[in-house]
Design a protein. Structure first.
Length: 237
């Protein structure tokens, strides 16, 4: 890989490599490698694990009053493929990623490629400079998201999170539609669904409309890849 390209990536990430071959491998997709072992696939695996431990440690130390469920919800959003892909695109990693001819046309559309590039770069920094170098890079990149997640997500405010995501990424506003309601007037249950543009997401039931909206917003966030379904804990809503 061209040395000038590697220097540009170093400037973007704010880290200078002692061994630039690590960075070159992190930017080589399996479709452009001689074999998969010389691509960034194994580095993605390592980078994903390093990202998770750094984020978990940061949340554990910052939010000392949060229960496990609160921490899990925030962590799930931060380490999701969608979040990693969005950050990777913001830093412009995709244009430096070496891919095979069959992937060139679709590279800008693939969230998986972008997320993988970020994870591989995290692994490259770790292998070159150690854990503290990787930790410094991750926190510099994720700190704004950690603070926003704390405000919007820590107490299960899925509606706020979905509103922000839809406006930023989809240029649309979520609409909550009543699907069904059951029970007597004094003890009704409500089923609502989220509609964004022409896309409808799985509905959810709640003992009141506010609860149903929060659960429906969660379902939409899972479908959009912003959250993992393991983040939801029924008893906390």
């Amino acid at each position: 890989m061209d040395e000038e390209i590697l220097q540009q990536v170093e400037q973007i990430i704010g880290y200078s490599f002692s061994d630039r071959t690590l960075l070159a491998r992190a930017l080589t997709h399996s479709s452009a490698a001689n074999n998969r072992l010389s691509s960034n696939e194994r580095m993605e695996f390592l980078g994903d694990a390093i990202l998770a431990i750094v984020i978990c440690q940061s949340l554990f130390e910052r939010f000392v009053d949060y229960l496990e469920g609160d921490l899990t919800r925030i962590k799930s959003m931060l380490v999701s493929r969608e979040t990693c892909a969005r950050l990777s695109r913001q830093m412009g990693f995709e244009k430096y990623l070496k891919v095979g001819k069959s992937m060139i046309a679709s590279r800008s559309l693939s969230g998986s490629l972008a997320a993988g590039a970020l994870e591989a770069i995290i692994a490259a920094i770790y292998l070159d400079g150690g854990f503290e170098a990787a930790r410094s890079f991750i926190l510099r990149l994720f700190d704004p998201l950690i603070e926003r997640a704390n405000k919007e997500q820590a107490h299960g405010n899925y509606k706020s999170l979905l509103q922000q995501y839809a406006q930023d990424e989809l240029n649309a506003v979520p609409v909550y539609a009543l699907v069904d309601e059951r029970g007597p007037d004094h003890n009704k249950c409500f089923e609502l669904e989220v509609v964004i543009g022409d896309r409808r997401f799985p509905s959810a039931w709640g003992t009141n409309k506010k609860e149903a909206e929060q659960k429906a917003a969660f379902n939409a966030l899972v479908e959009l890849g912003v959250l993992k379904d393991t983040a939801f804990e029924e008893e906390q809503l």
